[in-house]
Design a protein around this ligand. Structure first.
Ligand code: EPZ
Length: 418
């Protein structure tokens, strides 16, 4: 079980390149199921989650050509003949549910394991199922699998009970090959939804409204292949910005964009950082000590839940007290007890955490519980005095490409222990 050893106290400085977005790559790879022609993706991040999804697609009959070093993947689903996503693979990567919509649209059937919960919450998929049923699919849940079938989906007016990112993505993909027009109301507005819509349109889909809360899709008979460059990872970008902010550093992140991070950049500036957006880069210069900033997570374009843990970490050493409200997931404060082991002053009350900044944290051994929680422990370890060992860092490897290399390039004293 790999561990990460961090010697804290170094102000991050220098440059690091941001990878393609995990949460754009996952739905995009599934979109290749919708066509018999090859689809090539560039700027694909090298992450465990990507590897897991490619395994799921390969066992369905998709030809996978991966040039990991070139961050390039080509998928050919002309031989797609197995509509099953098995539990043993799906349980390790919940976003595999994103094969459901494309399978039903392309093959008229799907048997996809229910993803099950994860550390941050129950993560139900009822909205995905409700939408497919509204489009005419017969869907039943049996023995832990979602069984869906229909000769051809029909366009419908869909309204999700809450904003759901992968729910919107699944239904948008399914609607591309449906008979007639589908309208998704209360749609997720995340940039990753827009990146997926742009790719689908380049494959011949007829989609308008992506990025707003009403997306219209007029179904077509078939889609063609394409080549698509995956957008930069805004959460990876925000994570490194927080690491520099917490350590009083000055960094420049390349191969990224500031235009998807307004809510996060505003909060970093409120905390006292100088943030300078460039064309494909962002620079940040931190003050000697941050000012505490309160946050409340909400769907895009408001403050993203995937940055909540990282901001809890920076508030641990900021001047003053901060209130953190988590409104998206029911159990996304597990990093708090680990941060307390490092000396943080955090009080949890339901979905609200109050963080009182302390003068310093002290290194200790801590345990990662989920992807973004582990990122917050890395940030805390970078500022803590002495050594911090983070256990179960397989969580990190799911969402951060070559994390220790990028941190080392920014001057951090960090290494992986087998
Ligand atoms: C996506 O998860 C992201 N994952 C998550 O990132 C992110 O935290 C989340 O959106 C919110 O922004 C990917 O894109 C692969 P939701 P998703 O459906 O789509 C409830 C990370 O760290 N809900 O938007 O699974 C749900 O329980 C990950 O990279 C239902 O009740 O999240 C949650 O409370 C973590 N029924 C809320 O809606 C449904 O059918 C939002 O969930 C669907 C969702």
């Amino acid at each position: 079980m790999d561990k990460l050893l961090i010697e804290g106290g170094v102000r991050l400085h220098g440059e690091a390149a941001i990878s393609g977005a995990k949460n754009a790559a996952l739905p995009l790879l599934c979109a290749a199921l919708l066509t018999r022609e090859p689809v090539t993706f560039t700027n694909v991040p090298q992450l465990n989650d990507i590897g897991t999804l490619l395994k799921i697609l390969a066992q369905m009959g998709v030809q996978v050509e991966r040039d990991a070093a070139a961050n390039r993947v080509t998928l050919d689903a002309s031989g797609l003949d197995n509509p099953v996503a098995p539990y043993e693979l799906v349980k390790t990567m919940r976003a595999s549910i994103l094969v459901l919509g494309p399978l039903v649209a392309r093959l008229g059937e799907a048997r996809v394991s229910l993803p099950g919960g994860c550390a941050i919450g129950a993560r139900p998929v009822d909205q995905h199922i409700k939408g497919l049923q509204a489009m005419g699919a017969e869907v039943r849940v049996e023995h832990g699998y979602v069984h869906a079938s229909v000769p051809r989906l029909k366009g419908a007016r869909l309204f999700t009970d809450m904003v759901t990112v992968t729910g919107t993505e699944n239904l948008m993909m399914a609607a591309c090959l449906a008979d007639g027009e589908t309208i998704i109301e209360n749609a997720a507005r995340e940039p990753e939804v827009v990146d997926l819509a742009n790719c689908l349109v380049s494959m011949g889909a007829r989609i308008t409204g992506a990025g707003t809360d009403v997306i219209r899709i007029r179904g077509v008979e078939r889609l063609s292949g394409t080549t698509h460059r995956i957008m930069p990872d805004r959460i990876e970008t925000g994570t490194y910005l927080c690491a520099a902010a917490a350590t009083g550093g000055e960094i420049r992140l390349t191969n990224t964009s500031s235009c998807y991070l307004d809510a996060v950049l505003d909060k970093l500036m409120d905390a006292g950082c100088e943030v300078t957006p460039e064309r494909d880069a962002i620079r940040l210069k931190a003050p000697a000590r941050l000012t505490a900033v309160s946050i409340r997570t909400s769907p895009y374009p408001a403050f993203p839940t995937d940055m909540q843990a990282q901001f809890m970490a920076i508030n641990c050493v900021a001047e003053g007290a901060a209130m953190i409200r988590e409104t998206i997931f029911e159990n996304r404060f597990m990093h708090a007890v680990e941060l307390q082991r490092l000396g943080a002053d955090i009080r949890i009350d339901g979905n609200t955490a109050v963080v009182q900044g302390v003068a310093r944290l002290e290194g200790a051994t801590v345990m990662a519980t989920d992807l973004r929680a582990s990122a917050s422990l890395v940030i805390a370890g970078l500022v803590a005095e002495g050594e911090t060992v983070i256990e179960r860092i397989y969580h990190l490897d799911r969402g951060y490409e070559r994390l220790e290399d990028k941190l080392a390039a920014l001057g951090a004293q960090v290494r992986r222990l087998d």
